[in-house]
Design a protein around this ligand. Structure first.
Ligand code: UDP
Length: 332
């Protein structure tokens, strides 16, 4: 085996991107992070990575850095990720997620970089007919966030066929937890995700947790989701990258989850066990746009890349999320 070539990680100062950068470095890949720090943090960029602050849609900057660093593949995480915000600012989402990805792809192809790994989402499925969801299920996103990502998936497929672009699209289910060694974690300005919110409640940042609806068509009436540890998702990217580089002509879209669902109430029960006492819960009305159940069919990812999760254990995900939250409290 020769030396591993440098990889560009866009959005490497963000939650998932920083964990992917850590996983790449841990596996011996040189990493260059490009991030405009609009929502990411400079401290989240791992020490061993080269950091460039800038916009993925700045073709001059990106073209020059691809050449300067001899980049061989791009892991593209940069983008906007808040579903509710996408409902009120759709054009921002089509700019940051769709148009910026188009420019980045064009710049990459012009520089001869034709291997691309794209962060997509289970939101591309919308409300599924059945779970677990296979990758060939209909894609009918119900918000601009999901549509902005799906449009990028279509661009990849078209450029794959027409221009010889090789790519892996990973559709994430519910990402949670933090680096087990405490090197990174979730630090958005606005928290909307259940396990993040529960971790904030566990560390006293909130009074308790709201349960958005107990009248869904699920066993206990609360919504069911497939929660995946962020470090397992990061490892999935390393496995997908290795598959992409070893197999020219790869053009594949794969789910990333564990293939098992937990209800909101089950998650909160697990949080109570980890904390050692019950956190206050309030039953509230449904949040608009939440499907009853989202669970990944994970067969394709496992068969294609051989990826094996290390933290497929809900209490571990929760414990890591809380440990990270405590660090944030200590840091002030
Ligand atoms: N949820 C909840 N209370 C919260 C946050 C989320 O009951 O404070 C529910 C939400 O309605 C959904 C599930 O938890 O059914 C997962 O929501 P999250 O925002 O974490 O992820 P999503 O599935 O929307 O991407």
């Amino acid at each position: 085996m020769g030396e591993k070539p440098p990889i560009l990680v866009t959005g490497g100062a963000g939650y998932i991107g920083s964990h992917a950068a850590l996983a790449l470095l841990d596996a011996g890949w040189p990493v260059v992070v490009l991030d405009d720090l609009s929502s990411g943090h400079r401290w989240a960029v791992p020490e061993g990575a080269t950091f460039v602050q800038g916009d993925i849609a700045d073709a001059g900057l990106v073209g020059a850095m691809l050449k300067e660093h001899g980049i061989q593949a791009i892991l593209h995480f940069a983008g906007s990720i808040l579903v509710a915000e996408s409902m009120t600012e759709p054009l921002l989402y089509y700019r940051n997620n769709t148009a910026a990805t188009r420019t980045l792809l064009e710049t990459a192809m012009a520089a001869g970089v034709n291997r691309f790994l794209f962060s997509s989402t289970a939101a591309t499925y919308g409300v599924p007919d059945a779970v677990p969801i296979r990758e060939d299920a209909p894609t009918r996103p119900i918000n601009p966030y999901g549509r902005s990502k799906l449009m990028s998936e279509h661009m990849l497929a078209d450029a794959g066929m027409a221009n010889g672009l090789d790519y892996v699209v990973l559709r994430y289910f519910n990402v949670a937890g933090a680096d087990p060694a405490g090197r990174s974690g979730q630090t958005g300005k606005v928290s909307t995700h259940l396990i993040k919110i529960a971790a904030e409640a566990a560390t006293g940042k909130r009074d308790g947790v709201a349960v958005y609806g107990t009248d869904y068509a699920t066993p206990d009436g609360s919504c069911v989701r497939d929660y995946i540890h962020v470090s397992d998702l990061a490892d999935a990217h390393v496995a997908a990258l290795e598959h992409l580089l070893a197999n020219p002509g790869t053009r594949v879209t794969m789910n990333c989850g564990y293939g098992r669902g937990f209800s909101v109430l089950e998650v909160l029960d697990a949080v109570d066990e980890v904390v050692g006492e019950p956190l206050p819960r309030r039953i509230e009305n449904r949040r608009p746009g939440d499907p009853d159940a989202l669970v990944a069919d994970t067969g394709l990812m496992a068969a294609t890349t051989g990826w094996i999760p290390k933290h497929d254990h809900l209490p571990t995900i929760i414990a890591h999320a809380i440990a990270w939250e405590r660090r944030l409290v200590e840091r002030g």
